[in-house]
Write a protein that binds this ligand. Structure first.
Ligand code: IMP
Ligand code: MG
Length: 344
């Protein structure tokens, strides 16, 4: 155990739904994170599974499973108060959750606008959660902020101050990105993107922490690529082929069927570059290689699975430190110690 307490940023390397919820919840538990901050909004659903219990989170950080973690939502995020308050009650985290004063608010009118706008609803295939229109209003400087909402009062806090103070005091902070780099407003497949930048740098900006404070950027890739909504997807498979390979998935928030394609090294290289990745987390390895299901030691992985991981490391030049081998939070190979990369 080293004595340097890291600021770790976790982001998606493809089009979202890479399994960030699983990676963040694993890190929170294993590393006993002190503060976890979520970014983005309710269009992004993060799934966490603990002992067979599934949680689908749209506002609360996936780190909630570590009971000592303070859970924050950064000022760049967009809060739907109804969904936030519901999750707070369901998860029983009332006494350790905080929302920044400056988060902007999603109102019913934003949801209506999102769903009735043919461009957003049909062409882009938005999730219909009102996020894009809420951000439009924020940019026009007419949005309501969290500080204006009575029901949020008990939770209001200065997230940048909390996070930077915690880092000053040697605490461990984890930032949870949402969506993936190719849905980024700046770096994605515009116009088929979401309404914010999804890069590691943008996550820091949304939280209010400077880039010099970051120790690790973990880019999460799924063992194959999925995307929901419109836009290009190189190597896209037919629905039948996706089912045959066991890659069939439905979206967390909208229930739509996800489009699928094989792992894309070219996209992955670009994701590593733009995010400044120091580590890679690879999820759903067990879907590609069923003999890896539930494995927790690298040496126990099959030779084909190991070959796939070596190829990723060789092509991307970044170590694969975390490998998901099943949906439960503990179904993970953690190579950080072995590679000398575990900071806490
Ligand atoms: P919006 O973010 O709801 O405006 O949707 C814009 C595009 O981003 C659509 O193609 C959505 O399917 C996609 N998208 C937004 N959030 C997520 C996510 O969390 N996972 C996957 N796709 C997303
Ligand atoms: Mg998701």
């Amino acid at each position: 155990m080293g004595d340097q307490m890291p600021l770790t940023v976790v982001v998606g390397g493809f089009f979202g739904d890479e399994g960030k919820g699983k990676v963040v919840s694993y890190l929170a538990k294993r590393d006993r994170v002190d503060i976890a901050v979520r970014t983005g909004s309710v269009n992004a659903g993060h799934t966490v599974m603990v002992n067979g219990n599934v949680f689908k989170l749209r506002m609360i950080p996936s780190a909630f499973i570590h009971k000592e973690a303070r859970l924050l939502i950064g000022p760049g995020a967009n809060v739907n108060p109804t969904i936030f308050l519901k999750e707070v009650e369901e998860l029983g985290v009332r006494d350790r959750v905080g929302v920044d004063y400056q988060c902007s608010i999603i109102e019913e009118q934003h949801i209506i606008r999102d769903r009735s706008d043919a461009h957003l609803a049909k062409k882009i295939g938005s999730t219909g959660q009102g996020v894009g229109p809420a951000i439009e209003d924020r940019v026009r400087r007419i949005a309501k902020l969290a500080r204006d909402i009575g029901d949020l009062k008990p939770y209001l806090t200065d997230v940048p101050l909390e996070v930077n103070r915690a880092l000053d005091n040697g605490k461990y902070v984890l930032l949870e990105g949402t969506q993936g780099i190719f849905l980024s407003l700046y770096h994605g497949t515009y116009p088929y993107v979401t309404s914010r930048d999804t890069s590691a740098a943008a996550v820091c900006s949304e939280v209010g922490v400077g880039p010099t404070r970051v120790n690790d950027v973990i880019v999460v890739f799924k063992a194959y690529v999925t995307r929901v909504g419109g836009g290009p997807l190189e190597g896209e498979l037919s629905l039948e082929e996706a089912k045959r390979r066991g890659w069939f998935e439905k979206a967390t928030v909208t229930g739509r069927i996800r489009r699928v394609a094989p792992f894309n090294f070219k996209l992955a290289r670009r994701a590593v570059m733009i995010n400044g990745a120091t580590q890679i987390a690879l999820t759903k390895l067990d879907i590609l290689f069923p003999d890896s299901r539930g494995v927790k030691e690298f040496d126990e992985l099959g030779s084909e699975a190991k070959k796939f991981i070596s190829k990723i490391e060789k092509e991307l030049g970044v170590p694969v430190t975390l490998i998901g081998t099943g949906p439960d939070v503990d179904e993970m190979v953690d190579r950080r110690e072995e590679l000398g990369l575990r900071r806490k």
